[in-house]
Each structure stands twice: as C-alpha cells, then as structure tokens.
Design a protein around this ligand. Structure first.
Ligand code: ADP
Ligand code: MG
Length: 293
C-alpha cells in the first residue's frame, strides 16, 4: 500500500512538469561516451519512450566517437593528426558513416522502439535534413599568439537544416533519431560533431529544451567542482581561460548557440546517471549544468 501511495505521489509531483512540456520539442544529444553499456542504452530508450508517451516530442541526436575509434582500429585505418586533432580523409569518412548511420543509429532507434515508442533512425542525408559545409578550425599558437588555420579534412558544420522530415515524424508520434553526418552542395559527405548538429536541429525546430548527455556530471570549474548554473558570459570566459576544454568546448558553444536562437534552456548532464533525462525535466532539482542567457 505504501508503495502504491509513493508511486501516486511521484506521478502527482510530475504533473506541473508534464503540463509544461506537453507537446513541446525536447532535443536530446546522446554522447558516444554515455552510451557504452547495454544497460545504459536500454534505460535511455525507456526514458525517451516515456517522454513520447506523456506527450513530449523528443528528438534524439547521437554521437559515436568511441565506436568509430574501435572500428578504425579493427580495420587498421591509420590516422593523421594536426595539433592533436584527427584529420578525416575519404576512407575515414566512409567508416564514420558506416558506424554512425549504420550500427549506432539503428541501435539507438531500436532501444527506444523496444521500450514501446516508435523511433526511426535517419542521418543528415535523409530528406535533405542537413546541408553541410567544410568546417574551418583555427588555433592560437601559444608562443606567438598568431592564429593558425587547421585543415581537418572532411569535418563539416551544418549550413542549413530542412526540418520537413522531422516535422512529418513528430506529427506521426515517431521519435526521430539523427546520426550526425551531412552532405555538401557538391554531394560530399561530411562528419559533423553531434553536439553541433543537436544545436542546429534544436534551433531550427525552436525546441523548448536541449539536453546534452555526456560522461561527466556537467561543466566543472577550474578546480573540477560541478557548476549547477552558468550564464553565456561565464561560459565564454571558461573557454577563453582554458578550463572548458576538449569535447566540452563544442557542447558549451552549442548551448550558447541554441540559447541565442531562442531555445529556452540548454543543459549539460551525466548520461550515465539512471534516468538523467527524466530527472532533469520532471523534478525540481534538475540534474546537470544549466546554461542560461
Ligand atoms: P561526448 O561523447 O559526450 O561528446 P566528449 O569526450 O566529447 O564526450 O566531451 C566530454 C569531455 O570533456 C569530458 O569527459 C571531459 O574530459 C572534457 N572536459 C573538458 N573540460 C571540461 C570541463 N570544464 N568540465 C567538464 N568536462 C570537461
Ligand atoms: Mg564529443
């Protein structure tokens, strides 16, 4: 009996949040590092299926860096690096597409479908979803402070997003699962950072929220202490100062981008924590670092 009451109280407690997100689009970025284990993947699938069931419109964008690295190693594909960043050549982009749009995309869609919602996996190439252009990347030489342009090969960034295929799926109560690969105007395939894709998609759909699941509790400060909330200005300062680094840079930049395009809140949170998505959306406490204007 006590259990039943507790369960009802949980449902009642979620009511204001259910109303708030009813029929709203929530974009969820599922990081390659947060999706390693089978149990984590199934739990993620159940969370997304529950969102769909209670009337939220989730849109999932996934990464897959670790899975790509494993396949490159298996195939014995050699990598070249500039300033520690991997260059993507034609052979590598073929492996990227095979892993992201094949294995990983289907796994994510299946884990949601198995949990009882319908999910369909697509890449940025399907339905003209993402037109990409070559990304340019600059680094400052620490000695001279001179900006240097790096050529990372077939790494792209979204130039435009055509949301028609997403609107069709959302309208039919199907959860779109997006692999971060895009195509240039000339037909060239580009590998795009999944964080960047989720920001572009959230912006184009005017999403209510964007959640970025990763393998750390959120943004950590210079002393590795968790930051519950930060402003766009503070986030920019962290990147400039260097304590926001590596894979956290595209995440934070994407949150800033999404907020500037009207997304109401962008959160970076730990996808390994059970039910991170539901806790963030349906409880008072929230779960990760909220970036706000
Ligand atoms: P994902 O697969 O989720 O995109 P990434 O490895 O690309 O994961 O990015 C997350 C990583 O960013 C963390 O595991 C951490 O090593 C690194 N990182 C760099 N700076 C920070 C910071 N200030 N706070 C948290 N993580 C950081
Ligand atoms: Mg990353």
């Amino acid at each position: 009996m006590d259990d039943a009451i507790a369960q009802m109280q949980t449902l009642i407690g979620a009511l204001p949040y259910l109303k708030r997100y009813d029929d709203q689009i929530v974009v969820v970025k599922y990081g390659g590092h947060a999706m390693g284990e089978e149990e984590t993947a199934l739990r993620f699938g159940r969370d997304i299926a529950l969102l769909e069931q209670v009337g939220v419109n989730p849109v999932v964008v996934h990464g897959g860096g670790p899975q790509i690295n494993a396949m490159l190693a298996r195939l014995g594909v050699q990598s070249t690096f500039v300033q520690g960043l991997r260059v993507t050549d034609q052979q590598m982009v073929e492996v990227v597409e095979m892993v992201l749009c094949g294995t990983v995309n289907k796994q994510v869609a299946e884990s949601i479908t198995r949990a009882g919602a319908l999910a369909v996996g697509i890449s940025g190439k399907d339905g003209g979803l993402i037109t990409a252009r070559k990304a340019t990347r600059t680094v400052k030489d620490p000695g001279s402070n001179i900006e240097q342009v790096l050529d990372l090969g077939l790494v792209g960034e979204p130039e435009s997003v055509d949301t028609r295929v997403l609107q069709l799926l959302i309208g039919a109560d199907i959860v779109p699962v997006i692999a971060p690969v895009g195509v240039g105007r000339d037909g060239q395939t580009y590998n795009i950072n999944a964080d960047t894709v989720s920001g572009a998609v959230a912006g184009a759909l005017a999403a209510e929220r964007m959640l970025m699941l990763t393998d750390v509790p959120g943004v950590l400060d210079a002393n590795k202490k968790f930051i519950p909330e930060m402003t766009v200005a503070e986030a920019r300062a962290g990147i400039a100062a260097g304590w926001i680094a590596g894979g956290m840079i595209p995440k934070v930049e994407t949150c800033i981008y999404a907020i500037e395009r009207g997304v109401k809140g962008a959160v970076i949170l730990d996808g390994r924590v059970p039910h991170a998505v539901l806790r963030e959306l349906f409880t008072d406490g929230g779960a990760g670092t909220l970036i706000k204007p």
